[in-house]
Design a protein around this ligand. Structure first.
Ligand code: UDP
Length: 323
């Protein structure tokens, strides 16, 4: 057992809430801290009342105090979709910098292990393909995505500084595009947009000509990899993602087919600084963690679509009630 009491910042978010479930299943005590800026209490509703579970509504950029011992801190707090971090640019910079500093300070005070949720965005619009951890990236620091990319790059630097200067036991996971239940319907990412559009029989909004690529990982594979990383002794960053690369236009067609939709595709301008390619090199994760994804895109979509069908029905019900 890796830890008996864990703190998950951003634990009401998409990935954080799946981590909370995993640690509860493994008989750990779980403390979720979230200010609900982009997280959603509904993601952890089923855990409230469980004696092993505590929710603290708090902004991690402010001093963090958690009573009792903490064995591991998983720092997942941050807006994470391009739409969100462009809507909340200053909060994104603050949570990656001040929030990471506060969470590391707590790890130092408690003698806890610390795992940072970093991102493939540290590679920016990459000039090396696929991206190994040794690649330093191609980030536009003053572009619209810079607030997220640079905050995470700073967070990685801060994490390693705490490791080197204070001997904190740290891990860094660079998360590539991940999908699954509990993504917000309107978070603006390709997968929620395409599935909702397909289910509503509306046109799928492909940005640019759709030749830009991404590699989509099902959340269950990611969570398994994060757990293995936490249990390992690997301090340098590790990529986690599915290396199965697909052009966005091909991805849109996969969604149309998986939902049996009659939707067509419409093209819109490519957003500023949108990376042209993205594919993780997962050799390190395979070698050091004995990890590789198991869920294919087709199976992962089949596991995810029912969640969106249900969420859309309840969102549509709510909008009828509020009229
Ligand atoms: N995208 C798209 N239509 C949408 C949303 C996104 O074509 O409705 C494109 C976006 O321009 C990018 C890719 O899909 O090239 C993945 O975007 P997403 O926002 O999911 O995440 P990113 O990988 O860019 O962080």
């Amino acid at each position: 057992m890796v830890a008996s009491r864990v703190l998950i910042t951003g634990g009401a978010g998409f990935i954080g809430s799946h981590l909370a479930d995993l640690f509860i299943e493994r008989d750990c005590d779980v403390v979720v801290m979230d200010n609900l800026l982009t997280g959603d209490i509904r993601n952890i509703e089923h855990l409230i009342g469980n004696p092993r579970f505590t929710f603290i509504r708090h902004d991690v950029t402010q001093f963090i105090h958690v009573p009792g011992k903490i064995d591991s801190i998983l720092h997942f707090a941050s807006p994470a979709s391009p739409i969100d971090y462009q809507e909340f640019p200053i909060q994104t910079l603050k949570v990656g910098s001040l929030g990471t500093h506060k969470a590391l300070g707590l790890a130092k005070a408690c003698g806890a292990k610390f795992l940072l949720a970093s991102t493939s965005e540290v590679y920016g619009d990459p000039l090396v393909h696929p991206q190994p951890e040794s690649y330093w990236g191609n980030v536009n620091p003053i572009g619209v995505r810079g607030v997220y990319d640079e905050a995470k790059r700073f967070a990685e630097a801060m994490t390693l500084a705490y490791h080197r200067s204070h001997g904190i036991d740290t891990r860094i996971v660079r998360i590539f595009n991940t999908y699954g239940p509990r993504m917000r319907l309107n978070d603006g990412r390709a997968l929620p947009n395409f599935i909702c559009q397909a289910l509503r029989e509306e046109p799928l909004t492909v940005f640019g000509d759709g030749s830009q690529t991404r590699s989509f990982c099902h959340v269950s594979d990611l969570i398994d990899g994060i757990y293995r990383l936490l249990e390992s002794d690997v301090t340098d960053p590790v990529n986690l993602g599915n290396p199965d690369e697909i052009p966005i236009i091909g991805f849109a067609n996969e969604v149309i087919s998986a939902t049996s939709s009659t939707s067509k595709i419409e093209h819109f301008p490519l957003p500023e600084d949108d990376p042209q390619v993205r594919q993780p090199d997962i050799s390190r994760a395979m070698r050091l963690l004995n990890w590789k994804p198991k869920v294919s895109l087709r199976d992962g979509l089949a596991l995810t679509i029912p969640y969106f069908e249900k969420a859309l029905r309840s969102a549509e019900g709510e909008s009828v009630i509020s009229q």
